[in-house]
Each structure stands twice: as C-alpha cells, then as structure tokens.
Design a protein around this ligand. Sequence first.
Ligand code: ZN
Ligand code: ZN
Ligand code: ZN
Ligand code: ZN
Ligand code: ZN
Ligand code: ZN
Length: 1845
Amino acid sequence: MKSNKLKRFLVSLPAELDFINSVAVRQNVFSALYYAATDEGKYLSTLFPNLSAQEIAALSNWNFPLASTDEKKLFYSYKKRNAVYTHPKDKVCSRLLGAHEPVYRCEECGFDDTCVLCFHCFNKDDHKDHNVTMVVSSGESGGMCDCGDPEAFIKPLNCKCQQKIATSDAMNSAIARIESPLHDTIGIALDYILEVLNFSVQTLPFIHDHVNRDGINLTSEMISNASSLSNGWYSSDASDENSSDLWYLLLWNDECHNVDEAKSAIRAATGASDEKAGRVANEIDSNGRCILVEAKEPNKLLRAKHVVERGGLVASIVSARDYLREVIVESIISWLKDITQFTNNSEFADLSKAILSDHLLEPGFRFSKNFPQDFLCNLTVNKERRCFENGLLLDGEIINLTGNGVKEDIKISDLEKRAHLVLEPTNTTIDWEHSDDESPSDAIASSLQQMTTKSTTNSIARSRLQYLLLFEIRFTKPVRKMLPSILIPPVVADVDKKLIFSKQFIEIYPSLITISALSDREEDLNSLGDISSQILTCPKTVQNLIRTRQTVNVIGPVAQLIEEHSTRWNYDSGYPNFVDIAIANGDRKFHAIKKAVVRGIRDVGHLTDKELAAGTMETFFQKSELVMILLFLRNFQGYWPLQRKTGDHVETEVYDFVVHLEYSIPVLNIAKSIATSPVSKSAVLDAVSSITQYLMLRKLPMKFPGVADFHVSRQLVGFVNPINSLLSYLIQYHGIELFQPLLGSLSKPFMNISDISLRSIVLGAQVKIGFWIRNGISASRQASLYFDAILNDLTYLRDMHLNKIAALIDDPVTTLFNFLDRWELYDWYVNNESYDKTVYEDRFNTISEKFILFIYNIITDRTSFVDSSPEDKLLAKAEMSIAYALCDEPKAYSVLKSLVDSDISELPQFDDILYKCADYQAPTGLIDAGLYRLKPTMFEKLDPLSIFLDPSKFQVVSEALVRSIAKNKDIKEEKVVLVPEITECENNFVNENIARFTKTKEFAKLVYKYLQVALDTSDETYLPQLLHLIHAVLKDDELLHGQKYLNEHFINIPITDLLLTIVESTMSKHVVSKADFLVDQFVLKDQRVIDNLIDCFGEEYVKSYKRKKTDLFETDAEKKKRLAEERKSKIMKKFAKRREKFLDQNKEFKEGVAESMSATESTSELLLRTCVLCGEQESTSDPFGILVSTTETSTLWKLPDAVDKVHLKLAFSSWDEQSDISPRHSSNGKGGIYGTGYGYIDEFKTYLNKNNVTASVLSTCGHGMHYSCYRTASDNRKHYACPLCHNLHDLFLPTYIPPSSGGGFEADEVVKQPINSKYNKITSSSSVSKSRKIIEALVNEDYFNSADTDFRRFARILVDDLMESTYESKYLVGINSNEKFFNNLQNISVLIADTIRMNEIATRLEGVKSLSNFLQQIPGSVKTLLKSLIQCRAIIFECRSSPMLLGNQYDLSFEINSFWNSDQLLDGVFNEVVSLYFQTDESITTLARLGLAKLVTIVIYALTRRLNDQNSSQSFKDTLKVGEPGIVSQETREALVIILGGVTFDLGYDIDLMDVELLDSLYYSIERLALPYLRQIAIFEDVLTSKNLGENTHESIPNLLELEADILKQSRLDSTDALTQALHLPSLTELISSIAFEGHELDYNVYNIVLSAKIPKYISSGILTLDYPGVVKLIDLPDDYTDCITDVETYSVKGGYDRIICLACGSFLKNSRFAPHMSECSTHTNVFYLPRLNVLRICTHIGHNRISIEIPAPYLTVHGEIKKKRVGGKATLNKYRYQYLNKIWLNQGLYGFVTRNLFGTRQSFADLNINVGRDDDMDDDYDSDIFDEREEDEMVDEDPESFIW
Ligand SMILES: [Zn+2]
Ligand SMILES: [Zn+2]
Ligand SMILES: [Zn+2]
Ligand SMILES: [Zn+2]
Ligand SMILES: [Zn+2]
Ligand SMILES: [Zn+2]
C-alpha cells in the first residue's frame, strides 16, 4: 500500500536526519506529502506547471535529498504571484481577511454587522442604493469573508470573483484524479499529528507539576520512551527508535512572563550572557519554545530545569527524536495551510479543503495506542479532574466533569446550593458504528442525518477535529497562530458541515472552556473565541443547538466555571458573587480565567440571543436550561456590592465601574432576551412561580412584619440583580393579568423580593445626592450607569417595576413604611429624629426630593402594566423617550439615539416615530448637523417628573414645558399649571391598587410633615416635586372617584392650611402658583376645607382669600364682567408693549448697534464703526482700519487648450451646466465617479500664461479697530486673530471715514470724455490730480481740516504694513527709490484688480442666476476692503512727498513709460485698466472702453489662431457652437468678416468667412469671453461710485442698482448688452462695427495698435491668454457616498483605499503625496477628499508654514449627520454644504475657516482633526467624536449673511 510508504517515511525521518538536522525537516515533509498526494509524483506537474521533468524525476521512489538545501529553490515554492482569487460557487468564500485590505459590509444585505465581504467577492452591482461601509482590515481579527453563506446575507449575492473565472475541463479531470491519493495523504498527515500530540504532554500543568519530582514515579524519559509510535499504525518494516543519547531542555513561551523575566531565568539556568539570553528569549517569543541546554542523559538536565523554572516558567525535557517529531508536526500543519490556500490552482485548494474537512469531522477516531494510565495512577487523588482540566484523555476517552446536566431530583430549594451539587456531567461517549470501507464523507452524511432526526444529547463524536481542539495547548506558538485559519475555513465553507462542526464543538465545549481557563499558558492564542464567533453567530446553527438541547453544554459549564473560579460567596445574600479575578488577584495567571469567563458569557449571550435563537426560546423554559440560567445569573445577583465609606476620602480612585460594561450589560441582556421571548403561558407561569419561590428563599431580617431591617448607608448593596430583572421582564412582557392569581397566593409579602431592588434604587439616589462622596468616582459612575439609558431599562426600571408590584399587592401601610425605612427616613417620620438629625444630615432635602420622585413614579407611571402587545408598549415607550430626550433642546439624530434605550434606538419604526413628534432643521454650516426639534403639541404630554427624565433636569424641563405650552396656547406662562401624567391603563386591579398607599392616613401625615419642614426652613428643594405629587394623588382620586372626591385624610389632616401658607409666602413664583392651584382644587372639591381654613387663618383672612379667588366663587354675571375687563386690559398692555418695542428699536438704531442694514432701508446718516477692541467709535483723528489676510487665490483659471475638452466645452456652455460626472483624466483612462478637475499644470502651451492662475489677493472679516488698539493687542506679531471672529490676519489696512454724504464718484466724473484718443498716449500718460480726486470722492473732508494734512500718521501705517507686504512683484528693477515706489503703487493696483477678479469669479457659482445678481453677491466687507485699498493707493501717491514715501512730488512719468514699454505684461486687460485708472487722468469709462476694445481684438486673434490649429481646429469649432443661430445681425457679421479679414490676412491664417454659423459662434464666443471683464469693471465702478453708509454698508448708484433687473429683462441672460449700457460703454455689436468701420477713433486705434504691435510683441509673454469665462469650482463629487468607497478602479490598486483626491484638479494621490502636490496645484490653499474616512483635508499656509485640518466631508445622512463608520444609514452629498465649501474656496474664506478653528474658540476641536499626517489608529478616535450640541448652536450663525468673509 502506497500510504504505508508515507507513514514509514514520516516515522523514520528523525533517524534519517540523525536526530539533529531540524532545518531539513520542512523540505522533506513538503516533498513527501506533495509526492504522495500526487500519486507518487504523477500529477505533480498539474499543480506546478513550471516544474521540469528533471525535478519530478529527482523525487521518484521517495528518493529526495534529505540534507539541507535552499528551500526557496524547491518545487513547491513555485507559485504564481498574482493568481486570480476565486472560490467555488456553492461554497462560502471564508477567505481570511488580510492586513490592509478593504472589507465591505452592507446594511441592507447583511444579516448583521458581522457579515462581511472581501474585496474579491464584493460586487458593487449587488448594492445599488444600499448603505455600504468599508473598513480596512487589520489582518489580526481572524475575520473571514462570508460570501456564499446563505445565513450571512438576506439575499443571494453575485460574487464578483466568480465572474472572472472560467474553469477548464482538462484541468478538472486532472484534479479529480488527485482526489484519492490526496485523500489518503491528508488522512495520514492528520493521524500523524494526533498520534504524536497524544504524547506531547509535558507542558500540560498536570503532568508538568509531577514529572521528574522526587518520590513520584514519572520521568520525562518514561514519557519519551512510551511515545514511540506503535507499529500498529505504520507497517512493520521500520521502527520508531528513540534517540537514546541526546536530550534537550526546552523552555516554553507563556503569557505570564515578560522578556526580562525570561531573560534572567535563562541566564540563571545556562550562565549565558545577557545578549545571548535576549536572543533565546526572542526565539521563544517567535517559535514558542527553544532548546536551552542539551545533554546525553535526561537526568543531567534536571538541575537546569529546576533553575529556569524558579520564576514559574515552563520547561520540558525531551529526546532529540521527540523534538524533531514536533518539528515534523509543524511542517505538516504548514503543508496543510499550503494546500488549502493553494494559489496556483484554486480547484486544488478547494478539493484540499473539502478532503481536510471530511477527515476533521469524521467521527469515531481511535488512537493506535493510548497514553499509559499507570503513569497517572499515583500522582493525585483527583486524576480524573486534572485530566479533564488539561485535555488529557483517560484511556483514550474524552471526559467531562462539569455540569452539563441537572441532577434528577432537584427542588427549588436546592438552588441555594453550590453548582456542582445541582449539576452533574452527563456525557456518554459512544462508538460510532461505521465500517472501514465507509468513507469519511459518508460517515459525516450519516451523522448529519442522526443529528437532525433525533436528539443525540451529550454524546461525543470523537472526531479528529475534537482531538485537535483538545490538544491545541500542546502545539507551539507558531502552529497555534496558524491553526484557526487552517481548521475553521474548510469546516464552515459548507452549510451541512458547519452544522456538524458546531455540534462537535459544543459537545466538547465543557472541556474547551475549562482548558482555556485553567491550563492554557497562551490564552490569547486560544481558538475558542474564533470558533464561537464563527458558529455561534449564525441563526441556523444556534437554533439547531437549542432545539437539540445542546446549550446545556455551554450554560451549565460556564455557570459552574464562574462560580468555582471567579466568585466569592456572599454570606449575606447566600449567593456566590462574581469578582473580577484578574483585578482581585493582580496575578497574570488569572488572566486566562478572566478571559474564559468573558468568552463564556459571550457564548451564553449568543445562544440566548433573541434574533439568533428566534423560534426556539421556549427551550430555555425547560427545567434543566432554566436551572442552569438561574445558576448562571445567580453569580451576578447583587454582585460588585458597595459599602459606604466614612471618614477619609477614598485614597486611590478605582475605575472599576467598567465591570458593568463588561459583565452587567451582557448578563442582564441574557435575562432580558430570555424573558421577552414569546413562549407558552404555562411555561412562563411555571418559570415565574419557580423564580419567585427561589428569590423568596432568601431570608431578610425584619424590623417588623413587612418592613425589612436593612440600612443602605451601612450595609453592602449592589446595583445589579439579574434574577430580579428576569422576573420583572417576565411579568411585564407577558402581562400582569396572567400572574395575578400567582402573586395573590404568595407565601410571603412581595417585598421579600422587591426590597432587594429597592435597595439599589436607594443606593443610586444616595450616591446621586453626594451622600457617598467618599467612595469616589467609581460609585458615582456606577450610579450614573444605573440611571442612564445604557443600563436603566435593565436595572432601574426593573427595580421600579418590582416595587410597583409590591405597592399593588402588599399591605399599603407597611409598603409605605418599608419605602420610608429603606430610604432611611422612617425614624424621622415617626419623630424619632428631627429632619436635620437623620443619617443624611444636611442632605435631608435633597434625599427627600429623590424619595418624592420615587413615590411619584410608583403611582403615576403604569406603562409596565399597560395591556397592549409588547410591540405597542415598546412603540409607546419609544414616543415618550424621544419626546423627553428632546424636551430641553433640539438634538442631532445620533445624539438623540444615544440618549434613549437601545431597544428603542434599534426599532425599525424609530424614524417614523421621530418624524411624528419632532421637526427637522437642516444643517447650515460646514460641520454642523441637522437637528430635531420637538413639536410644540408634544409638550403637553410631558411631565417634568417623568421616569423617562433625568431628575436633575426637573427645573429646566419644567421651564421648557411651561414656555412652550404658554406659547402654543397663547397664554401667560404664569397661567400654565403642569398636570401630572398618569399612564392610561386598562387594568383596574392596577388602577385601584397601585396608589393605595398614598390614600392612607399615614401618607397624608407624611405630606403634612414634609410641608411643615419646607415652611419651617423656607427651603424649596423638594417643594415643587411634593406639590406635583399631591396634584398626582388628587388626579388619581379623580380618575377613580370623580371630580368632587377628596380623600378624608386630606381634610382631617390640615394640608390645605400649609398650602395656603405657602401661597402667602415669598417662595418662588412657580411654587406659589402651584400651591395656589392646589388650594383651589381642595376648596372646590370639599366645602369643609374652607371651614378648616377659617379655623386656621380666621374669618377675615378667608373672606379676602375668597375675594381674590373670584373665579371660584363668583356668579356668571360677575364672571362675564370680569372677563370683559381682563380682555380690555390685555389689549392695553399689548399696545404698551408695542410702543416699548418701537422705542427700543429706535434707540438701538441711534446707537449704531445694528449689525447690518439692507440697501432699501437707506438713510443719509453715516454709521460710524466701533472698535472691536476698545468699543470706542472711529473718528478722523484716530487711525482706524480693518484686518486683512494676504492669501493666494488659484481660481484665476484660463481658457484651456484642446486637451482639456471638458473645461473648454464648459467655458462656452450655459453656466447652469455642471460637468456631468465624466471620465476623469486618469492614467488608466477608465471611467471614474468623480468630475473632472481643472488641470493646473499639464495643460499649458506657450501662449498660455501659466503663472497667473494664482495671484495674491486680500480678504477681510470686515471687523474694524483702532490702529493703536491693534498695535497693543497684536503685540507686534505678524499674524493676529481678530478678537471678534478669530480669523487670522496678517495686515492692518487703514480705512478712512467717507465724506459725510457717503462719498462716491459723481456721474460726470465717471463718464468724462477721453483726454487722449490714442492707445499709446493713454498708457504713457501720468496724472498728478487723479489721486486727489479719488481722495475727495472717498475720504472724509475732516481729515484735511486737521493739522496733520499729509496723513503722516497714516503714511507710517501704510509703509509698515501695506507697502511692506506688497513689495513682492517687481515691475521695474527697483534700483532707485522712484522705481521702488512705482513697484509699490503698481502692486497695490494689481492687488485691487486681482481681489476684484477673485470675488467676481466667486459670484458665478450660482449658475445662470449669478449672471444677474453678481453685484449683490459682493459682500459689504469686500466693498469696504476695496474702497480702503483705493483710498490707500490714492493717499500713498498724493502724499508721496512724505519722507517715508517718495520724499518729493515727482510724477513717475519716466517709470511709467519704462514699464509700458518693457516686456512685462500684467495678467489680463482688467488689471491693465485698473492700473491705468490710478496712473492716468482718464475716466473709468474711457479706460474700460479701451480695455474692451483691446480684449475683443485679443479674443478674435486668439480664437482665429485656435481655429487654425491643425490638431484641434474641428473640435474647437464644435466647442464654439453655442447660442441660437440667427440672432447676430447681418451688419455685425459683416463687421466681423472685415476684422477677421484683417487678422487672417496679416497672419496668413485661413478662415471660412462665408460660414455664417461659424461667424455667429464667434460672436457668441467673443461675448462670453468679454463677460468676466465687464463684470469686473462693473464691480470696480460700483466700488468707486457707491455711497459708503458705514458698517460695511454701501449703496450703489441707480445705474448699477438696477443692473440686475436690466440683465433679467434681456432675452438672452448671458448677453453683455445690459452690462455695457450700465457702464456707458458701446455694446459689443457697436464696438465691433466701430472697429471694423473705424467709427470711434479710440476703438479703432486700440484695435490697430494691439493687432499690429502689442500682440506680436507680447505673444510669448502670454498676451493671448484668455480668462476662463465659465463657472470655476471644485470637481463634482458623486451623489452617493457608497460610490466613493466602492470605487473599484481605485480600491483594487494596492493601498488604493488610502488614496486622496485633490478637489481642485481631480488628481488621485497617495495620502502622503498631498503636500508635494500642493506646490503644483493650488499652491496656497487646497482641499483634499479622503473617501475612505469621509474626510476633507483643508490645507493652507500661514506665512510659509503649511497647516491642515480635517473636517467631515459633505456626505450626510438623511438626518443631516456626518457619515461616520458607525453611523447607520445611507449618506448622500449635501449640495448646500458642498456649494458652501466651493464658495469659501473661491472667496478665500477657507483661510479664515482654518485659522479660526486653529486659533479661535468659536467651536470645539472635536470634529476637526488638526494635523498633517494621520495613521489608521486615529480612525477610531475620529469616529468616536460626538457633536456637542451647544457648540452646534453657535455654529448656526455661520452662514455667509451674518458672517462676513
Ligand atoms: Zn470572499
Ligand atoms: Zn465570493
Ligand atoms: Zn447590499
Ligand atoms: Zn479701539
Ligand atoms: Zn473679525
Ligand atoms: Zn490638485
């Protein structure tokens, strides 16, 4: 038999390697196994196609090299590198998720959020419009792809990787022939592993503790010799001889010792150097063990072993053969990994997995020989238990010693005993009958059949897998790391096998959990967690396990494990109490127990999960399951108890409240899940009966009958009572009616149960009032958890519920007394101690407040008794919870969700309920969220004392309710009396009984006493609550007995007297009015109350009271009269109010406080600004100015050439046209999901002026201040944040008060006729009077009247600031002061021009609408900025004789001529016009005309040239086809033909002058290209002519004011006619005619000079560069966020998930590349998008320092919240927010935004990530941010209106 050859090979390999050559093991094992698996090499070439015949021949006849060779060159390392991954269609992918690869999850398709897809399988088309999330795998979670698992997804998915593969039949048949040899080979491999491991026992604690010890007859040598494989296993012609003369001392890895401890042990044992010891320690860490010492005899190693183990490390003595055998095992495991993850051939990998799983699951495995029992005989009396704990077999049998069954005759009273007395092991191992010729898969099939047909409880299949898992702790660390990924995927890939696997796993669960807790040195490597997270999270498996009663294998053993290893018995309660063993002992060896406990609880949680276990929950009401659950929960009943500390404050704060998150929540949820599942009535009755009986077993010491003797402030109390919670849920869920008979026949008062709960309530209250202050943070955090949404439904509400039941069924008076006593108020109540002498001392009032709240909620909140379906109950609760969560202020969606119970937040109807009770308010800024505001009508349903509400919010909420009810009903707030809300409940038993204890004389006395104390002390702490409680009692009486009823005791005990005293007191308004209301109620209900009052207050007083209370005693006629008068006075008051308001407004107006004024509210009065630093007004005597930032815009786009088709086309398209999401110009040329960006770098040709896309510009926040104040405050720092808005600024710009009229140029100055009519004459002229004129028009005359006529103080500022920072461009060399001065002036002119252009470009964003409204879009602050600049430019020239400036009156004419004759070219015609405006005496109209003529000439020339470009002529022609044909007049066409003729003739270009369509296109194109220029001129003219009304308010002249309307009147909105008219310029057609027919002298001259002289001269300087006339904006983003993260093209690239996209140019970049990219793209400020994290990174510069912040990208959920990983729901692009981002990118607002957030305090940093780099670890920090509500409210004023950019 061939297989025997393999066995023999493996057995003899150690000897063949002389027992020492461990390095050669792996290559031999791999060679042998591959050789055997391919039928002795026959099919080897199928697996390794590149293998040469020679290499195959070298293997023949098992004859491969045994010595070491270079393993890399061996055949099995020939693997394809980028093999295409795939998996069989009918199998689960179960691919392990590797490090750094994207993993996908779909909210709609996944069963739950553990269901994931790997990137090979994820198919975007399956998830159209789904909420898909993507994370990057750490590669360490052991997660697997669930593709193909029908339970993981609610619908079948179309795996993407399967679409790629077409299988070839030839290949299939070759693979098919491998099946049989492969099958045998894997079987032998596995068997070898098991046979060897069976004897690898020396590291097991049981063996290790005894082996080689004195007096014990067990040595390492004995074990080693016994472990020789029997020749029953392999054929007889070889032998497994031990290596008798070479023995090793091995030191093993564990998790209890660190490297230093290991090092010192190694040094001690071997005498090695520190360095060598370090190497050994590292080897142990990576290989799991290391040979420490070797010797010829094992005895020689004993001393070293003893030394090295002193500190608790584990060492073993093995023979060299044994060591090599373990190396062989490691190699075999590697080989199994190799074949199951075989990349060369996926069919082979699948076949390997299938065969491996068959072998693993095959039942009935037998070892060829057992571990000798006589070795163990004399070691301990507890042999069986120790074997069980260590995973040792007993005579080859798997044993279980823990309670997976309940003893036969268990009674309820036995539940007080320890678990091992209640539970018992019930396993039986049975032999699987199957013949030898039955294949493993047949055996599996039959076992599956048995499994599903009959219950096979507690029998163990004894499969190889089970043994491997039991032996897991015997493997070395590297093997353990690999093991889950080899064993688990094959057995979960097939649904049937997964079921068998789950059963086999659960069968040995008792052993596995025990081994992991008690025997695992490396508990973090234990695969238990990996396995249960694979199989216990899938519903089909879980349901099958429950139905076949397998859960007993988990719940019982876990309960027992916790009790026996992690609890302390609490002799007060009689329960074992869980303790965190790792914390309690501080010893690392307890970590394994802790870890096992956590795992066990989680596994019980999975098995009892309502959704996973759906339909099978009734099983948990069976006796054995229920008993186990009670034993399990019992460990946590009252656990983690607190005792109040007195005296010194707690010394070290213990942050142990986390136990509630770690243990309480899962445990309580288990109770809740079981109790709130539908089961039969009889089952539930039985269960409740058993549980009440069980709980009543606890004996409470009694003060007197019905009142327990217990002091919360002195004794141990815990917050968590899971069995109480279980009982409460059971009763509430199934309805109290069902249990009424049962509860009525209890042997003891119910308080025997509910008092335990009451203690927790009182504990919480005492902690909350600060009574436990000395217990520190731990206690207060625990109390907060108890009351907060995260725990309250599981704890506090349960405790309240049980106490309500006590109020219902127990005696009312003793109930009240027990309540009082538990709250430690009884002694006060019975006058044993005075209110200030109770245990609470000065906290009497605050504890009473809590106590009253408790009583109030006991009687009013009956929601837990409402007889409706559990679903309806939950919906009603949801509505109330949402309403209460929103009642104080509006909140964001996820904040709201975090405030309500998880039951509610996870409701599918949550959103519907929310929309019903709240209004949505959309977000407005860049980082705020949408908010939900409670609807006004909802307020009336709310009660400030509701149990849903945090009691500390009573006052806030009361006020909010009163306010909103008053507003809603239009009544005064004082008139609002909040009415207690008593839950409507149909159960009369509840209605009649629950408040019984408040109808007693004893209760009336309590109320009286409380009122008395309040009056005596004049302390109102609990008074509002007390009055509300009295109101509630009255209301309850009304509901039961009608309006007129009043409880006798309330009359006999004179409560009304005290109430009236309160009415007469000086207590706060709401207390008095509520008391007043109550007195009215009493009086109305019973006349006798009046008599009492007379007795108390006297006749006179009550008469006067009666007069006041007219409405109670008056007749109808009196009433009418009174009402009429009241109405009258109301109207009078309204009038008075209106007048007051009017006066107020006028006052404000006069003081100039008004923030802004619209132009329509025009007034001639000038609003002087106030300094934001000192608050004083500006004046002509004290320099005043604004703060300015110098930034660089990169939005001065140019018309691109033909390469950028998208932008070329858009340039001539309608402004409404957005570039459709079109292929980005990426290298792969494939379609993308993002829009195309403007190419900043690569698109420029020589005739384009590439440098001028960017330019320095100024921006301001518009806030004004004195220069002196600024100097003091900024402390001479260059960068200074505005104290008001916190934007960072770097320049102080003086602004001068305008003339008292508001200033501005008069019309005649604007339109003045040309002085010169020749182009060159104009450019070379210099003016000495223009500046004077500007100053007269824009600057207040008072400045001149003052002595300081040369503006010296201002000159200083200008020199220091403006001129200093505008000296960067050199238009002339600047060698002398004249040239320097000229450069300065020119710079300021250009700065003015560029700032106007930048702002004009920013106005185009609104599309066609912005064609008309652009002037209105320019903010007042920008106009102030521009005016200030113009003032300064003029003043600098005017005052040039100042020694600080030029120092004389020279007019710079020489420099002007030099400049205009130089090669220097300003960027565009507009800049030239602005520059000429300051330089010449010409009017703005003349210069604008010159500019327009020049621009038209250049445009015609440039277009002609492009039309003649051979490469792009046709496409350019197509591009130009815009506008409706036929509108251009014949005359214009003729004129165009003439001009074109001139251009083409001159240059030898050719154009078809008969092509009418082309002529029209050209006309439209000229018009379009002139549009930006004309708009910019309009803004410039507006700044020059508008009146400055102060406070950033400017009033345009009528011409420009009406421009918007005039533009809208045009038949074509993008026509320039209205613009040219408003600017007194010739229309475009007139101008063209004028040029063509030499109409206007200047026009033709300009044309002629430009065409013949300027273009040739400046062509290489870029004169033909044309400004981009379309909408400038960031690239388009896809609407659906899912598209961003499933962009396959991007993510399939290695590391592609980490790419960022430049929103300016559309480039995709590596995350780290953004900084270098900025130097090529938008240099100063740029925005990048990180799709994976949904984050925008905004980068800008402060000086030369680059700074960046990250803010959430504009993808929001329907609730207006930022899309984060854990935020559910789809996210879509919020257009408003993206538009806003675009706007502030365009108008330089981003700089302010970034700096404001860096240097300001306007908002928290919570949602900003300020950094340059980020690493993945930060993701979670980022995600965990939750908006702070208040911060968001502040952000609301973030809109551009109120905040000036
Ligand atoms: Zn997959
Ligand atoms: Zn797949
Ligand atoms: Zn989906
Ligand atoms: Zn000031
Ligand atoms: Zn400011
Ligand atoms: Zn870019």
